[in-house]
Design a binder for this molecule. Structure first.
Ligand SMILES: Nc1ncnc2c1ncn2[C@@H]1O[C@H](COP(=O)(O)OP(=O)(O)OP(=O)(O)O)[C@@H](O)[C@H]1O
Ligand SMILES: [Mg+2]
Length: 261
């Protein structure tokens, strides 16, 4: 679905990612984990062409993204970034409708198909009763769902989510993770997300990619990636690991930080 080869990415003179290659398969849920500042958001922004790599190539379905029009990119990939800043007086319906923009010409107005899709996205994210509510009057979890509805309305093949559960309480975190899983299964949308909650990443992902200092430390199924040595190397903590009795995925119990002297 997406292939990135030998990416070198940085800001002005500062190189963040030296040489990173990754392949994302159609229909998978991939979570990127790693310490603050290791380059996770930078990688997502590069995959969605917000940042141009210094070197390396990115292909979407075998086409180099350099040659794809902006609108076509938006139909293929949608990034929900770490900080969303839509005007608070937009209603849920108006916000979600923005997701239709990549599919429309500048002179086209909202038609029946758009209306149906907007309603469909609002319904599938459980926001029907908030359709006419300004997003500024929603709770953090509801607002996050409204952004997901906007992304759904865009009907992308790949949805990139940068820390979608930040600021949410535990119940809304689970609700959002379940929504992401449902979107993946129901609509076969490939999901790439950045998460800090390692147990959620393990539980909801088919594959984990763990990064440190701009490099991939380990890439594979949660059973392979979540092990004491890797967690120690990446986060400098000791932990215990067992299996979640319900989903059978590895579960981490942090013990203590390791002082680096
Ligand atoms: N616009 C920018 N200009 C210059 N440097 C930047 C910019 N954005 C990020 N950086 C730097 O790039 C590095 C990687 O940042 P990035 O946001 O990708 O990290 P991250 O892994 O997403 O971290 P977090 O978990 O805190 O969100 C950091 O050292 C950061 O300071
Ligand atoms: Mg980030």
């Amino acid at each position: 679905m997406i292939k990135a080869k030998n990416l070198k990415i940085g800001y002005e003179q500062k190189v963040i990612i030296e040489d990173l290659s990754i392949e994302i398969k159609k229909g998978e849920i991939l979570s990127i984990i790693g310490p603050n500042g290791c380059g996770k958001s930078t990688l997502l922004k590069t995959l969605s062409r917000i940042i141009k790599p210094i070197d390396g190539e990115i292909f979407i379905k075998d086409t180099n993204i350099k040659t794809i029009k902006n609108k076509t990119i938006s139909k293929n990939i949608c990034l929900l970034s770490q900080h969303n800043e839509a005007p608070f007086d937009l209603t849920v319906e108006e916000l979600v409708y923005f997701g239709r923009m990549p599919h429309k010409k500048w002179y086209e107005t909202k038609n029946e198909e758009d209306k149906e899709l907007v309603d469909w996205a609002i319904e599938n994210t459980g926001l029907t009763r908030y359709k006419n509510t300004p997003i500024g009057a929603l709770s953090g979890g509801e607002r996050q769902r409204a952004y997901i509805a906007q992304a759904l309305c865009q009907k992308p093949e790949v949805l990139l989510l940068d820390e979608p559960t930040t600021y949410l309480d535990i119940s809304h975190q689970l609700e959002l993770m379940e929504l992401v899983k449902e979107i993946n299964q129901k609509f076969n949308i490939t999901i790439v997300m950045v998460l800090h909650e390692l147990n959620q990443a393990s539980k909801y992902s088919d594959r984990l990619l763990i990064m440190k200092c701009g490099k991939i430390v380990c890439d594979g199924c949660p059973n392979k990636v979540i092990n004491k040595d890797i967690i120690k190397k990446v986060y400098s903590i000791d932990c215990d690991i067992d299996k979640d009795p319900i989903c059978k995925k590895p579960r981490i119990h942090p013990i203590q930080t390791i002082k680096v002297v």
